[in-house]
Design a binder for this molecule. Structure first.
Ligand SMILES: NC(=O)C1=CN([C@@H]2O[C@H](COP(=O)(O)OP(=O)(O)OC[C@H]3O[C@@H](n4cnc5c(N)ncnc54)[C@H](OP(=O)(O)O)[C@@H]3O)[C@@H](O)[C@H]2O)C=CC1
Ligand SMILES: O=C(O)CCC(=O)C(=O)O
Length: 533
């Protein structure tokens, strides 16, 4: 049974809120344990995400209560109780598993390895979320990331719940053979407990994991629990194309970040807020983290006309006011064992670049890098959150008050899970994108123009225009994926902007994105009802 709040008398929370509160009602409160979070220098990661959720829930609660007026048989107090219960449910983690297992290392040493998997709300199955390998992985971190995934998938309308997993290791200290053993054993631990499966929870790459780890995971499933499962390949996304992966997943998060930014950069109203001209041209960019997300994001923004003037990595920073070529740096990074150290075409600098002069900052490394301590010195006017949870609530408030436009993680880095969804569909449909129809559609467009020209007897008088040619020539899987991602990012941006206007949230896109997402999960949970079993 859910513990429901007692009724309270309260005043209107904010005159800007369009859905006004009635005099006697339940009010969603920020839970006691989160009260200090907005001022904390180093909040716990999960408390920080919880805080963002509850703050948005408070703003939208009256709207949800109003929505339940569709049930005329319900008393006002019952509607309020129901909303309050749903908000509590959405703010809770369903499962959090910690597993410890032994491995024998290449030199014969025994070692105990700890891993986690968290499931947030299960309003939609399967759940979806990456797996990371890093030394800071713990229960709090994985819970926070699963929490965020639940709202991220809702934000971009992909029909998954939220989850996340991780193993506490420094992958640089293990051989490929040892990493394979760890990945396979972790997979077995999750499978034995029914924590993952094509219809339960579908992992994907995250920090320090990629196609290689996903290949091991899928192979372990296919050879054990999944040998009789026709949808076995859908146990994970982010696989190599050769085993059912999709063209475009590796670059998808960076590509999605670029598209998310464009939805604001090309919108005159939003750019007026910053006093900027629309478009990428001449905008200077600094990126933190040059891994999967940061490097691909850099590539796309530079291709569009921006100038990459700084790259901050874990061991060194690079600066060049004339611009750094991301493709060249990516080649160097790969050859140089995943380090930008020693790159000759930029100056090395020690320390952080987060406070350096630039137009756009892209934190694409890890969580809690923008804090109460450094947010005041940030000079960028736009922040594109490629990483999950890069800004603490204290930093978020400081930045917003400085009129910085933060495109929040839950939307900005959702390109990865969106393309994962396309991969999942490809796996369960057992057909790759375009296979059945693109040639026919292409031929149809060509034949329409051939017919027009032969009827008019004017040689090649009628031709498809550039846009139609682009649609006609969109035949490769990568192009279809790109077009799908574009649709998803544009739709979500529209939704977030609408909410921001409706609730007079000004530049607080994070609260807008949460409200937009919470509402969808609320509607799904609310119509399903709460089971008494
Ligand atoms: N991969 C994906 O599809 C998605 C990833 N994300 C998020 O994006 C972020 C990055 O993920 P991803 O690119 O996959 O990870 P990667 O491991 O590929 O890259 C992260 C890079 O950032 C560096 N780094 C780590 N900490 C710092 C720091 N404090 N300052 C500067 N650089 C640092 C790492 O160096 P080193 O390796 O030496 O530690 C590494 O080069 C994470 O928050 C992740 O959750 C979000 C959505 C999807
Ligand atoms: O691609 C996915 O399914 C999940 C990606 C992820 O872990 C994330 O968006 O943080």
């Amino acid at each position: 049974m859910l513990n429901l709040l007692k009724p309270k008398i309260l005043m209107l929370a904010s005159p800007k809120v369009i859905y006004s509160l009635s005099a006697f009602r339940y009010k969603h409160e920020i839970p006691k344990h989160l009260e200090k979070v907005p001022k904390e220098k180093d909040p716990s990661f999960s408390q920080m995400i919880e805080y963002y959720y509850h703050a948005a829930a408070q703003v939208m609660e009256p709207m949800m209560i109003k929505e339940l007026e569709k049930y005329p048989y319900m008393k006002k107090e019952q509607r309020e109780q129901r909303v309050s219960a749903m908000l509590k449910l959405m703010g809770s983690t369903t499962n959090l598993l910690e597993v410890t297992f032994p491995i024998i290392r290449g030199d014969g040493r025994y070692e105990l390895i700890t891993g986690y998997r968290a499931h947030h709300t299960r309003h939609r199955l399967p759940l979806k979320g990456g797996i990371r390998y890093a030394m800071d992985v713990d229960a709090d971190e994985i819970r926070a990331l699963a929490y965020l995934m639940a709202f991220k998938t809702a934000c971009v309308n992909v029909p998954f719940g939220g989850s996340k997993g991780g193993i506490r290791i420094d992958p640089k200290k293990y051989t490929a053979q040892e990493l394979q053993t760890i990945t396979r054993r972790y997979t077995m631990e999750l499978l034995r407990r029914n924590m993952i499966g094509p219809g339960i929870d579908v992992p994907a790459p995250d920090v320090n994991t990629g196609e290689r780890e996903m290949s091991w995971l899928v192979d372990q499933y296919v050879k054990t629990f999944g040998y009789n499962d026709v949808n076995a390949l859908a146990i994970t996304t982010g696989k190599p194309v050769a085993i059912g992966g999709i063209n475009g997943r590796t670059a998808a998060t960076g590509r999605g970040l670029f598209k998310a930014a464009e939805c604001f950069l090309n919108d005159k109203d939003w750019m007026d807020l910053l006093g900027w001209k629309t478009g990428w041209k001449d905008k200077t960019v600094i990126v933190q983290g040059f891994g999967n997300v940061g490097s691909h994001a850099s590539l796309f923004v530079v291709e569009a006309g921006a100038k990459l003037i700084g790259v901050q990595e874990i061991d060194v920073s690079l600066v060049n006011e004339n611009g750094i070529d991301p493709k060249d740096l990516m080649d160097y990074y790969t050859k140089n064992k995943k380090s930008v150290k020693g790159y000759m075409k930029a100056k090395e600098k020690s320390g952080s670049l987060l406070g350096e002069k630039c137009d756009i900052l892209m934190p694409c490394a890890t969580q809690k890098v923008l804090t109460a301590e450094n947010a005041g010195s940030v000079q960028a006017k736009m922040i594109l959150e490629g990483a999950n949870g890069p800004s603490t609530p204290a930093a978020d408030e400081i930045l917003r008050k400085k009129n910085v436009l933060i495109v929040p993680d839950m939307y900005c880095n959702a390109g990865g899970v969106t393309v994962s969804y396309f991969e999942y569909l490809k796996n369960i449909n057992h057909v790759s994108y375009g296979k059945m129809h693109v040639k026919r559609e292409q031929a149809m467009i060509n034949e329409i123009f051939n017919s027009l020209n032969s009827a008019d007897k004017g040689k090649d008088k009628f031709k498809p225009n550039v846009d139609l040619e682009r649609i006609r020539d969109c035949t490769r899987e990568a192009d279809i994926v790109d077009a799908g991602l574009q649709t998803v990012m544009e739709t979500a941006a529209e939704g977030i902007k609408q909410v921001a206007n409706e609730f007079a949230l000004c530049n607080d896109l994070r609260t807008a994105a949460f409200i937009y997402s919470i509402l969808k999960i609320f509607r799904a949970l609310e119509v399903t009802g709460i089971s008494q079993q």
